[in-house]
Design a protein around this ligand. Sequence first.
Ligand SMILES: [Zn+2]
Length: 200
Amino acid sequence: MLSEVFLFLIGCIFGHVLPRFPVLLMSRGRGFNTHFPPHPQPVPLGPHLNQRILHLRTFYWLSLVVAVLPLGLGLASVRWGNAAFGFGLWLSSGWLVLSRLQTFLGGLSPPWSRSMAIELQMIINESSGERACCSWPTPVWGVTEVRCTNCTSTLRKMARPDLGRKRTDGRVVGLLRLLISDGYPIITERHHLQLIAEEE
Ligand SMILES: [Zn+2]
């Protein structure tokens, strides 16, 4: 009985982690982050940041494709292998698929989106036009807001999601944090939800 529970849990963990591999791994290498200051420092706005957000958005949706693997493995395991392990795989990867798809039914929007990249581009445009905050605007994205480092004015209240940089809170803790947060900003989750509510 105990070993069944253990196998079920292992299945759950596999099904949870496997589809998230693209987001967890694909942009964390040092070579991928030469254009960004190390985590958790503020990130300057610009084409590199926009590109990174669009990449992470792709990785996020890629998890739906990758989820086919644990789903198939789970099915095979239920039929021919260990049912508890297979059920664990099914449950967690099925949950992932459902929770991602609920975006289309008016659920929580993904941590990275095209509209986010557009919003950042708008801030760049504003700070190079007549509505600029100062003569030498240098917008950066801090943890909770986009601000100008030159005149320290807040340009936009928006919580920063994980940006695919190698996390400085250590490999294990960083990984756990990402698995729990799923890329969403952690500290200001409520604020993030507020922003979404205001948009609608
Ligand atoms: Zn300024």
